[in-house]
Design a protein around this ligand. Structure first.
Ligand SMILES: Cc1cc2nc3c(=O)[nH]c(=O)nc-3n(C[C@H](O)[C@H](O)[C@H](O)COP(=O)(O)OP(=O)(O)OC[C@H]3O[C@@H](n4cnc5c(N)ncnc54)[C@H](O)[C@@H]3O)c2cc1C
Length: 397
């Protein structure tokens, strides 16, 4: 009989897992608390190794025309302009996709859902909120509120891909260790063509500033501008038209007011679950680790978790590998979440917001030196594009 995997959450991590496992002959049921797939503007960068991983499913070929190929990324000074530009083509040979793909994460989940709908062994249940988890040595049991009624489900394994507030993690009593930044992040999306006003702008621009750093990211239809907010500002104040306008005018003064298409304000945390595996239950993606978005490692790291975990489940179930192999998932991916994803995103934030002028000048000199040396630039790009993290994970037994 086919092994049955239950998945809590139909975000990118839950759906990549569902696709991988269903193609390997598993029966899969995905529970999603919302009434449909999330269409919010969240992650918008696919790193090269993620594109490599999604390629066997035909997803990369489908995503590329839906996004923008960002060959260059820039570190800028908000007032001085470009500090260092990195050419991702240096990664040729290490990946089939030596660029960042600027593309909204909802496009990925929609494409996967279409494929899942073709497979009779997969069921995606919407308005199905996982409430609690129990397990025996042989199976996992779930209580799920489906359209308001509590129902019981059983399966062989469970993947908790239910995001930062994971009910699976909470139900298992797994601690989520880390901290929350005092400031929130505001993302304003606008049709304003920054590329026509800021010289040499790339599609991915990290702009440091001792007063208010920002990130300028292009997705096909819009520019997304990310600002930190001051801890003392209330949500209402931050989201008011005047305050949004003033932030945009301060970045680039214009005679006419800006028009924003979306505004998102969210709290930012650096947290890692104490365990990624408990018996037959696994945490992956945001339920296992969350981080600031500076570097675009949340969704990408989550997809890397999903592929790593599902490869091991397939090895254990289809190729009779020892079930202890599943512990390696935690050893590999928890280490990466701590040493790599959280460490690098925290470092990126520190560099962008640095107030000490000497430290700022020194780090700008270092970035320039790295960018002008192809060997060092390639090392830098392997780190920022997460290729190094995957190599490090492979080295962990
Ligand atoms: C507001 C916001 C903005 C973000 N912006 C950026 C960004 O700009 N750049 C960036 O790199 N990253 C960003 N991220 C992070 C990125 O979106 C995540 O890393 C990524 O979505 C992780 O995917 P996931 O599948 O693990 O979790 P999610 O995408 O959160 O998916 C989890 C799913 O589980 C569902 N769910 C939750 N609880 C239950 C339950 N009890 N039962 C069933 N289903 C449940 C949710 O509805 C959701 O669909 C942002 C995240 C948020 C929340």
């Amino acid at each position: 009989m086919k092994k049955h995997v239950l998945i809590s959450g139909a975000g990118p991590v839950g759906l990549v897992s569902a696709l991988k496992l269903s193609q390997a002959g598993f029966k899969v049921t995905v529970f999603e608390s919302s009434s449909g797939l999330n269409m919010d503007l969240r992650a918008s960068t696919f790193h090269p190794p993620t594109l490599d991983m999604l390629a066997p499913f035909g997803l990369t070929d489908q995503l590329i025309p839906m996004g923008l190929i960002a060959r260059y990324t820039q570190q800028r000074d908000r007032h001085e302009g470009v500090v260092a530009e990195f050419d991702m083509e240096l990664l040729k040979g290490d990946t089939n996709y030596p660029f960042r793909l600027q593309c909204e994460q909802w496009k990925l989940t929609q494409l996967i859902k279409k494929q899942l709908d073709q497979n009779p062994d997969v069921e995606v249940v919407f308005e199905a909120k996982v409430e609690s988890v129990a397990q025996s040595p042989d199976e996992v049991s779930l209580e799920v509120k489906v359209h308001g009624d509590l129902k019981a489900y059983k399966g062989d394994y469970l993947i908790g891909a239910d995001g930062a507030w994971s009910a699976v993690r909470t139900s298992l009593g797994i601690e989520f260790e880390g901290f929350t930044y005092p400031e929130r992040f505001l993302v304003i999306s606008t049709l304003f063509p920054y590329e026509n006003h800021l010289p040499h702008l790339s599609y991915v621009n990290y702009c440091s500033d001792p007063v208010e750093w920002c990130v300028l990211l292009k997705v096909p239809a819009l520019w997304r501008v990310l600002f930190p907010t001051r801890p003392q500002e209330s949500d209402e104040e931050v989201l008011q038209d005047d305050s949004v306008e003033s932030r945009l005018q301060h970045l680039l003064p214009q005679d006419t007011p800006y028009k924003s298409e979306h505004r998102t304000l969210y709290k930012v945390h650096q947290k890692v679950a104490k365990q990624f595996r408990k018996g037959r239950v696994f945490l992956a993606g945001d339920s296992a680790h969350i981080n600031n978005p500076l570097g675009g490692m949340g969704m990408n790291g989550g997809v890397h978790d999903a592929i790593n975990l599902c490869d091991k489940l397939i090895d254990v179930v289809n190729h009779n590998k020892e079930s202890t192999l599943l512990d390696r998932y935690e050893r590999q991916r928890r280490t990466i979440a701590i040493e790599y994803i959280n460490a690098n995103t925290a470092r990126n934030k520190k560099m962008l917001e640095e107030r000490d002028l000497q430290v700022r000048a020194q780090s700008q000199r270092e970035l320039k030196a790295i960018a002008s040396n192809p060997v060092k630039a390639k090392e830098y790009l392997r780190k920022t594009s997460m290729l190094d993290a995957l190599e490090r994970a492979e080295s962990i037994q």
